[in-house]
Design a binder for this molecule. Structure first.
Ligand SMILES: [Zn+2]
Length: 944
């Protein structure tokens, strides 16, 4: 029975392959040598489809083989962005079916190029086709009858992002070969795709990273095929700031790569945005296991399932093993590059194919868990060892992408109807059900931060207005100037998603990334829903750009005061006023009839101060009040600290966001590489050493990349011109080592302030720099988060997890400068980090020299997890096992020698999102002298 079934299956596969092959070969004539070269580069005949087994011959358009002198996906070769773009331009100049567009420039100045492919008529009419999808995107100006008429002559636009993640190297060549095929093949399927769709291809989504990676491949990886002995497969940087997180930027749009795709999206309104990643054997077409985000139109879930199953079915029928769907990530968080489509009524989707992280052919092992027959993986990959090549990877990517285009061409009209219907549904919800709008008061302590949050909404094409007069609604009164997000708009669903708390189900599967992205929680602001539909008839002025609140200066000095109302801009202000003396009040005081809380600034009269204050007020939207004499209140000096930021070569990703945040605020800092830490003399150079979150265990934080790979220079040379940015090295291996750790300890003992964020706090707490704090069981390090194996997931089930959630905290030391501008009870954003115990004194008993069993000492606990007054722990997102977390330290300030170590058990600078948490770090930096002056607590008593 089993035998005959297998036989029948193989006969059927053979039969469909023969049918497809016949279809493929006629009427195209294969380019000479292409069939043999493709077959030779393919590891196993099952890893090839008839569609991509040859290059169609063209008399006029240069093929990849003609242009490169080799097939795409040839072993041992990769093309950089310049070569890729040269080929794009060659296609466009020789084919009336191809055009190129520049859609952006990278941080390092490289072009970001996009191809558009359609039949001749489609290319001639791109402007009309763009206008049509633009009109379908807004049901307020296109009624259903007009939409029906438009759809008759409109086309779905299908867009691809290749090689966003630079070490996932295959998709550039897959997309360029597909572009050629789409331009010249006369297969009926390809002609139908050309006639029914516009295909857009961004062949190098992140050209800075691509060029570094290509040089890295030729410098370090070429010719190496043994995975067991490969050196590090990726350069330490892909973009100016981040690494993998370049694909976690959709809500905030900080990277030029993201901005380019978002601009493209709102110009073209593609029906599908498709990301090409490489991480799973052999091709996983995403749609997520659930839970599903309730703010995405349900039509979208049916559309991406249909596309995915069509790909699985098509490649399976061709006999290509290992094509699966569903079993990867959830569909709750839409914060990736393709998510611009999900969040704006289109379909966002993607692949994980099996990349070698190299252009070389390698023996790869399919894990047994990936080799079982499942409903979502009907033809599993062969278990065990497989010879896998770059061309195999390309074959899967291109074949599946063609299948997706084929289905989209077949379903063109229904896809456009669905796109229109989703905008309609979103708009109608805002018209017909509460809430009808969100009200965002402009005076919430920090008007600039309010304006910045409004700016983020506007950048997503969410319409925001401003109340011209007082708003009297049945559920509240709001003054003139209040921002209003009316929900009768096509992107209503995304506005609701961004402005309300996320509720990830407690019994939901393991989340892949953050479970909260609520902007009011990130910004620590209020956005208040209203159930009063009359808000639509109020006098509102639509905003066309991010507002910039003007600061004010009252009076002419000579002494100036700034009332601390939680302004995030105080760090930028401290450095804009770097040459002026600033003192900070340690208690509340009153002056000229106003109350000033602790943390308020006092600027004694100084030459040139008045002029500088005016500039800072206007640039940063801060209010200064002038008085004649310095108020009589306990205060401390706050010299502008010399900041050093340590960026370990082993992980530059999360600290990239710290660099981004400082750069945006024009705050100067010294970039410290591992070798700079090792060189010592830190206290002479800096006052504050900032060490951000890293996805590294303690040993890797200290020892860095294995020395066995070294030396690995990352420097600009004639062979590697892209290296050395944003920092260079003669050898990125070896970390800081024990000598570097000793230098950090010297720095602190010599009176420096070490500030550590997230898992960076392992270094002082578990490395023994501060004593008296133990890691407790039950937490998980951030590095085990997301997409892990079943065993890791099972271990996490039992652990305390806050995988990117907003959770409540309480200040233990409201008198600490770190608390300035915050209420006693608030919330912060937390991912998965280790749990630490409250500091304890040693019990100096001879029976046990390691027992840390003396009494607890809360003196150095600045903030703890949970709200002792009892509201629910989770503000937005979800938490598991939080009972073990509540009451443990969230921020510690521990004296060591003449210095201090301030450790955060969360990352207050997460992807430029949690702007409301950043002031905690800014407070630590601004008040570094006051923190160093405090000499209490466990470490001080024990160590010295
Ligand atoms: Zn990726």
């Amino acid at each position: 029975m089993v035998r005959s079934l297998v036989l029948m299956l193989s006969l059927l596969q053979g039969y469909s392959a023969i049918l497809s092959a016949q279809n493929a070969i006629s009427p195209d004539v294969p380019e000479a040598g292409s069939v043999e070269a493709i077959a030779a580069a393919t590891g196993d005949k099952h890893f090839l489809s008839p569609w991509v087994s040859y290059l169609p011959k063209s008399a006029t358009v240069p093929s990849p083989l003609g242009f490169l002198g080799r097939i795409a996906g040839a072993p041992g070769e990769l093309m950089d962005s310049a070569k890729a773009y040269a080929y794009c331009r060659a296609l466009a100049s020789h084919s009336p079916r191809v055009r190129v567009f520049t859609i952006g420039r990278s941080e390092e100045g490289r072009e970001i190029l996009m191809l558009a492919i359609a039949d001749e008529a489609g290319i001639r009419e791109l402007d009309r086709l763009k206008a049509a999808t633009g009109a379908l995107a807004d049901p307020r100006r296109t009624d259903p009858a007009a939409a029906d008429r438009l759809i008759q002559t409109a086309r779905p636009i299908y867009y691809f992002n290749a090689v966003l993640h630079a070490d996932e190297t295959g998709s550039t060549e897959a997309m360029l070969e597909m572009a050629y095929r789409l331009a010249v093949s006369e297969q009926p399927m390809i002609r139908r795709i050309r006639e029914q769709l516009v295909v857009l291809i961004n062949p190098v989504s992140n050209p800075d990273g691509r060029d570094k990676m290509v040089e890295w491949f030729y410098r370090y990886l070429k010719g190496k095929t043994d995975r067991a002995t490969l050196p590090r497969q990726s350069p330490p940087y892909w973009s100016k700031y981040t690494f993998v997180d370049i694909n976690r930027d959709t809500h905030q749009q900080t990277h030029e790569t993201t901005k380019a795709v978002h601009r493209m999206f709102h110009e073209w309104h593609p029906t599908v945005v498709h990301d090409l990643h490489e991480g799973e054997p052999m091709l996983m077409t995403w749609n997520g296991t659930g839970p599903y985000n309730p703010n995405i139109d349900p039509i979208t879930y049916t559309e991406f399932l249909e596309l995915s199953f069509h790909e699985v079915q098509t490649l399976t029928a061709m006999g290509m093993p290992g094509v699966s769907t569903w079993n990867f990530g959830e569909a709750f968080a839409h914060l990736y590059l393709d998510s611009v489509a999900m969040n704006h009524n289109s379909v966002g989707r993607g692949y994980e194919t099996w990349g070698n992280g190299s252009a070389e052919t390698m023996r790869r092992e399919v894990p047994p868990s990936d080799a079982t027959m499942e409903w979502y993986r009907p033809l599993p990959p062969p278990s065990g060892e497989v010879l896998w090549s770059a061309r195999d990877n390309l074959n899967y990517q291109e074949t599946a992408a063609l299948a997706a285009l084929d289905l989209s061409a077949t379903n063109a009209k229904s896809m456009l109807h669905n796109f229109y219907k989703k905008g309609w549904d979103s708009w109608q919800k805002g018209l017909n059900e509460a809430p009808y709008a969100f009200l965002i008061p402009d005076r919430q302590g920090d008007p600039t931060r309010v304006a910045q949050m409004v700016g983020r909404l506007l950048a997503q094409y969410i319409e925001v207005s401003r109340a011209g007069g007082d708003l009297k609604l049945k559920d509240g009164d709001y003054p003139a100037g209040t921002y209003v997000v009316r929900l009768d708009q096509p992107y209503r669903n995304y506005a609701v998603d961004l402005l309300t708390p996320q509720r990830y189900p407690k019994d939901g599967s393991e989340p892949y990334d953050d479970v909260s992205w609520e902007l009011p929680a990130h910004y620590r602001l209020e956005a208040i829903p209203t159930a009063d539909a009359s808000v639509r008839t109020a006098a509102l002025t639509p905003l066309t750009e991010e507002p910039h609140p003007a600061g004010a200066v009252a009076g002419a000095g000579p002494v100036f005061l700034v009332k601390d109302t939680g302004q995030e801009g105080l760090l930028a202000a401290r450095y804009q006023l770097a040459k002026f003396g600033i003192e900070i009040a340690e208690h509340e005081f009153s002056a000229s009839g106003n109350n000033f809380p602790a943390g308020s600034w006092i600027l004694p009269g100084q030459d040139g101060l008045e002029k500088a204050v005016w500039k800072t007020a206007s640039d940063l939207g801060l209010d200064f009040v002038s008085v004649t004499t310095v108020p009589d209140v306990p205060r401390h000096k706050a010299l502008a600290a010399r900041i050093g930021l340590w960026v370990p070569w082993a992980d530059t990703d999360s600290i990239g966001w710290v660099r981004y945040s400082l750069d945006q605020r024009n705050v100067p800092y010294t970039y410290l590489r591992d070798e700079d830490i090792r060189a010592g003399g830190l206290r002479d150079r800096i006052d504050v050493l900032l060490y951000g979150h890293v996805d590294l265990e303690l040993a890797e934080q200290i020892q860095g990349l294995p020395k066995a790979w070294g030396p690995m220079p990352f420097k600009a040379t004639p062979e590697t011109p892209s290296f050395g940015k944003p920092a260079e090295s003669d050898d990125i291996t070896g970390g800081i080592g024990w000598e570097g750790l000793a230098q950090i300890q010297h720095f602190v003992e010599d009176g420096g302030l070490l500030v550590t964020l997230g898992s960076g706090s392992m270094l002082p707490l578990e490395g023994g720099m501060v004593r008296g704090v133990r890691r407790s069981s039950g937490g998980v390090p951030r590095s085990t988060q997301g997409g892990g194996a079943d065993a890791a997931a099972a271990a996490q089930q039992a652990a305390t997890r806050t995988p990117g959630a907003h959770v409540r905290v309480s200040f233990d030391r409201l008198d600490s400068p770190i608390a300035y501008g915050y209420p006693a009870r608030t919330h912060v954003f937390r991912q998965n980090f280790p749990l630490y115990d409250i500091p304890r004194h040693w019990l100096r008993m001879a029976y046990c020299t390691t027992c840390l069993d003396g009494p607890e000492d809360r003196t150095n606990v600045i903030m703890e997890w949970g709200d002792r007054d009892g509201p629910p722990f989770v503000v937005s997102g979800q938490a598991w096992g939080e009972g073990r977390l509540i009451g443990r330290p969230a921020i510690l300030d521990m004296p060591v020698g003449r210095g201090h170590v301030v450790t955060f058990n969360f990352n207050p600078i997460h992807r430029d999102l949690n702007r409301g948490d950043q002031r905690l770090v800014w407070n630590t930096i601004i008040n570094w002298q006051a923190i160093l002056a405090a000499k209490t607590g466990v470490s001080a008593a024990q160590g010295h």
